[in-house]
Ligand binder design. Structure first.
Ligand code: SAH
Length: 246
């Protein structure tokens, strides 16, 4: 039996040209692909490759399943969108390892990908050119009160911010609350970028002031970038200067 392995791979934001050669090579060697349905759908089927699409929110089961396959000698790629370490499967795999000591010697590699905020920032210019942070606005895995607290601190700390999972059908009110908090902490002219389906055919990039920002501008396919106080427009671009006056 050949030795099994697991590669946790980021497929980038959507466009195939943004998949790294390292990820393409791992997929070419794989016997099995494991992941959330829409991500697995991005992998071209071929003979000898078994696709295992699964539902959302079953990350730990999925990780355990992949460890099991690798123990049987299979070559497994766990796919995430963007980067696998950003609100995605890499942490879920290590979490599974904590409860499964006998699997700790599994050959595991994490293959980075282009995360949504970086693809979005590049489209707009350079809104993340100075200090920034990324916040997952989903309260599936943390209380919303904690999200509010971090948001306020980030705004007070002068960080530009990137929001993942900003607004879903099941929790439409939370993003409204996020905008309220931002309006308490930031000036109305603060630039807010709504980048939807970046690098996909239905891509839409919109930059508005905080005063103009509306909850409906975001959905689960959108990454939202809020500039810092110095973030500004130049021509059709949006950028954040690299320096802060002393
Ligand atoms: N691991 C992924 C993030 C998974 S969380 C990454 O690194 O990008 C899912 C969230 O990512 C979505 O709700 C959205 O906020 C963001 N996202 C993923 N792909 C995107 C894209 N092509 N355009 C805009 N936002 C995207």
């Amino acid at each position: 039996m050949s030795a099994g392995w697991i590669a946790v791979a980021g497929l980038g934001p959507g466009d195939e040209v943004l998949v790294t050669p390292e990820v393409t090579a791992a997929l070419a060697e794989a016997t099995d692909v494991v992941g959330y349905i829409p991500y697995v759908a991005r992998v071209a089927p071929r003979e000898g490759l078994v696709l295992h699409p699964s539902d959302n929110r079953v990350e730990l089961d999925r990780a355990g399943f992949a460890l099991d396959l690798a123990a049987q000698g299979r070559r497994v790629v766990i796919v995430s969108s963007g980067d696998p370490g950003v609100f995605a499967m890499a942490s879920a795999l290590f979490e599974a390892l904590e409860t499964w000591p006998e699997a700790r010697d599994t050959d595991i590699r994490i293959l980075p990908g282009i995360t949504a905020m970086l693809a979005a920032a590049a489209r707009a210019g350079a809104p993340l050119g100075h200090d920034f942070c990324a916040i997952n606005l989903s309260d599936n895995l943390k209380p919303f009160a904690e999200i509010e607290r971090r948001l306020r601190h980030a705004a007070q700390g002068g960080f530009a911010m990137a929001f993942y999972n900003p607004r879903s059908i099941s929790r439409p009110h939370q993003f409204t609350r996020v905008l309220e908090i931002l309006r308490e902490e930031c000036e109305p002219e603060r630039l807010v970028l709504f980048a939807r389906a970046v690098s996909r055919p239905d891509e839409e990039i919109r930059c508005v002031s905080l005063a103009e920002a509306m909850p409906e501008m975001a959905d689960m396919q959108t990454v939202v970038i809020v500039g810092n106080q110095a973030t500004r427009r130049v021509g059709r671009w949006v950028y954040t200067p690299r320096s802060v006056p002393a």
